[in-house]
Design a protein around this ligand. Structure first.
Ligand SMILES: C[S@@+](CC[C@H](N)C(=O)[O-])C[C@H]1O[C@@H](n2cnc3c(N)ncnc32)[C@H](O)[C@@H]1O
Length: 260
């Protein structure tokens, strides 16, 4: 099997299951992983009979990719973290987005797989859906967990400024959804902060749960090579169009549409 090119101004997009697709990526070839895996909240939300479904036409609980039992989800996350560690370079870093209630599971698993735990931070949404606002606190936070590989300090471009473990932004604006909607699409400004701080130009960034391709859009715009993996064909096509649309003529796109 030919391994994909992770250098030389390329963006490689793979359509399929990430655990299978990781086999296409060479050991120690990735500088930074930024990824937003299923949070294992689908069954939890359904059991609570949340009214999110009524309020949102593209409710993530109905999308079908977050319905694993907790045990199956743990096994899947363990395989993804093992493969992530294999492909990360020494001194590489990883950001995993996660729901607050699952953070400890991910930290334990990543440490057991040899990653160095650095920080748990917050993304605060300034305009979340004000669901049942008279009954409880509005859900407006998601977490991100920061790890490094075989080092305690990796790339950290803070330009001498103190950076808090807290990012604030609006939810994803509709201008970033012109090729189609993804129920949990992250805003480009949020991902841009991580790409700028934790990588350098010509580094290679991987997102193995790419969704609508936000990490790829930002990576290409900022002159990083990118590898993106997405299981769902509809989301994959949105990602392909969004990333293609980024104006960076130096970057080639190699698209592998493997099915498994
Ligand atoms: C939380 S979303 C990511 C959204 C993304 N951050 C964005 O900005 O659009 C998780 C994505 O992982 C995909 N996914 C779930 N299981 C997968 C697997 N085994 N391999 C690859 N992708 C998978 C889902 O289809 C979904 O699009």
């Amino acid at each position: 099997m030919n391994l994909i090119n992770t250098n030389n101004n390329t963006t490689s997009l793979l359509n399929g299951d990430c655990i299978e697709m990781f086999k296409e990526i060479a050991d120690e070839s990735i500088d930074l992983i930024i990824t937003d895996p299923p949070y294992n909240l689908g069954n939890f939300m359904k059991a609570r009979q949340t009214n999110l479904k009524k309020m949102r036409s593209n409710f993530f609980g109905d999308a079908g990719w977050d319905n694993d039992s907790y045990e199956d989800w743990l096994n899947h996350m363990d395989s993804f973290i093992k493969e992530s560690r294999r492909v990360l370079k020494k001194n590489g870093a990883m950001i995993i987005f996660m729901s607050i209630i699952k953070v400890e599971s991910i930290i334990n698993m990543a440490q057991n797989n040899g990653l160095y735990y650095k920080t748990t931070g917050i993304w605060h949404k300034t305009n979340p859906m004000p669901r049942n606002m008279n009954l409880h606190f509005i859900n407006s936070n998601e977490c991100w967990i920061y790890f490094t590989n075989k080092t305690k300090t990796g790339t950290f471009n803070n330009n001498g400024k103190a950076i808090h473990d807290f990012f604030e932004s609006s939810v994803t604006p509709s201008s970033e959804k012109k090729y189609g909607k993804h129920p949990t699409q992250k805003p480009e400004s949020l991902i841009e902060s991580f790409v700028k701080i934790l990588s350098n130009r010509n580094d290679t960034v991987l997102d193995c749960f790419m969704g609508s391709g936000t990490t790829g859009v930002v990576s290409k715009r900022l002159g990083r090579n990118f590898v993106g993996i997405e299981l769902n064909e509809e989301y994959f096509n949105i990602a392909k169009q969004r990333i293609n649309d980024v104006d960076n003529e130096n970057y080639r796109i190699d698209i592998e549409e493997l099915t498994n």
